[in-house]
Design a protein around this ligand. Structure first.
Ligand code: NCD
Length: 455
């Protein structure tokens, strides 16, 4: 156990001798972080061990200290689908994953499409939540795509953005109107990019779909919607954020739009950065289409939307992260019950339970030497804070005077994923039994240790 209580807690916490990575301040150095009354009081050169004014001390030597991770995209399922997840279990999973703030998607029952549901989510978060919860309102009433919600009213109640996630806003006129109204709230419209007429499959349309006889979702289903939305953002001057991009060409479309100065942002998920379509074969190496299938083929835990794509797409996403084109890494934590997943592949729900594996999974590309650690931390902290605009102000950094939300992790510690040990109700992960390198040791919210791996 690394935490030592020296005297009665007086609201000060010293995190001693960790590698502090705070990309918002360009910091990457071995430093002490002093927390007082829930705020970052100072970041300074490591001091003599005996000369501390802090009442609680965490020895962070050999560990990384960074701002708490912010997840722009997770499904907490409450209200309505409490069998899959609740605000209590989902936010506990978040704390264990190093997240101190999560944005809750509105595909609940009822959807977050009225002031009262926004208020309900915020109230449940106050009562039961372990981390900050930012509700995302739906763009259309009932997420049905026919009428806009009262976005300004939802924003006033506390919504930080709008999305019909799980579904796109299929009607381009509706999306045009929504983007126009986003200029009033200034909040992002978060699009799930999938052209329904081109979709309808269950995994990526590629060689694995052919080999397994499953209907594919072509990359173009995503790319056509990205192209449409970029055109509409340009037309309206609205604020567009593209959720979980997964294809090489989608990245190229966004790159060109950003080069033209469009204020569009986008996120990628840890699973799309690391896993390929071959996951559905139950293999983690590229198999030949002529090899026999193993009993692990048709793994519904690898069924997710957008689907795990081809190796070329994964490489393009990693390159985009490395160069800084990506704005944020978001989990798309999508917990489901056993019966949602232990069923015929076509009938299984889309989604991966991702909050508790996000760090270890995304650090795979750091350990492979593909992306520096500071870039990954940036896109889990200040990156998402910037996407949230005014609502993210003061988060995603350890600047003195800001709220002391932070995570302390060991980038080298290896551990084996056991979904039965997840705090999340969703045990649905294709990573069961996989050894990941990178483990959260402590999560601190407003100066209080809310998760301690040693306890
Ligand atoms: C999401 C869910 O389960 O809510 N699933 C997922 O695979 N990402 C919604 C969705 O289908 O996008």
């Amino acid at each position: 156990m690394r935490e030592q209580k020296t005297k009665a807690d007086n609201g000060t916490l010293l995190i001693r001798g960790g590698r502090v990575i705070d990309p918002a301040q360009g910091l990457d150095d071995v430093l002490d972080v002093l927390v007082r009354d829930g705020l970052v009081a100072a970041i300074r050169k490591p001091q003599n061990a005996s000369s501390t004014e802090a009442r609680s001390v965490v020895d962070a030597s050999g560990l990384v200290v960074s701002p708490g991770f912010i997840d722009l995209h997770c499904h907490l399922r409450e209200p309505g689908y409490e069998d899959k997840e609740t605000i209590a279990t989902g936010t506990l999973a978040a704390a264990r994953g190093g997240f101190t703030a999560v944005c809750a998607m509105p595909n609940t029952l009822p959807p977050i499409d009225s002031r009262s549901v926004v208020e309900f989510v915020l109230q449940r978060a106050r009562e039961e939540g372990h981390v900050r919860v930012f509700p995302i309102g739906s763009i259309t009433r009932g997420r049905k795509g026919r009428e806009l919600t009262e976005m300004a009213e939802l924003a006033k109640a506390g919504a930080v953005g709008f999305s019909d996630d799980g579904d796109p806003v299929a009607d381009p006129y509706m999306m045009r109107m929504a983007l126009t109204y986003s200029r009033v709230t200034g909040l992002p419209l978060i699009e799930h990019c999938e052209t329904p007429e081109l979709s309808g499959g269950v995994i990526h349309e590629g060689w694995v779909a052919s080999r397994l006889g499953l209907k594919g979702i072509p990359s173009q289903a995503e790319e056509a919607m990205v192209a449409r939305d970029l055109a509409l953002a340009e037309l309206t001057g609205g604020r567009l954020h593209l959720a979980h991009l997964s294809t090489r060409q989608a990245l190229e479309l966004v790159r060109r739009a950003k080069e033209r100065g469009l204020p569009v942002t986008f996120e990628v998920t840890p699973h799309h950065l690391t896993l390929t379509e071959e996951e559905v074969l139950g293999l983690r190496v590229r198999a030949s289409p002529f090899e026999s299938l193993t009993p692990l083929a048709y793994d519904t835990n690898a069924k997710v939307n957008p689907p795990l794509r081809a190796r070329e797409d994964v490489q393009a996403l990693v390159a985009a992260l490395r160069e800084g084109l990506v704005d944020a890494i978001a989990t798309d934590h999508a917990p489901h019950t056993l019966v949602d997943k232990v069923c015929p592949f076509d009938e299984a729900a889309f989604g991966i339970s991702g909050l508790e594996t996000a760090l270890g999974l995304v650090l795979t590309i750091y350990h492979q030497g593909q992306v520096p650690l500071s870039r990954i931390v940036e896109k889990l902290t200040v990156g998402p804070a910037l996407v949230l605009g005014a609502k993210g102000q003061g988060l995603g950094t350890l600047k003195p005077g800001t709220v002391a939300d932070l995570v302390i992790f060991d980038p080298e510690e290896a551990w084996t994923v056991d979904p039965q040990k997840f705090a999340s109700k969703g045990k649905n992960t294709p990573l069961a039994g996989v050894t990941l390198k990178g483990r959260v040791k402590y999560t601190v919210l407003e100066g209080k240790v809310i998760y301690d791996d040693g306890r």
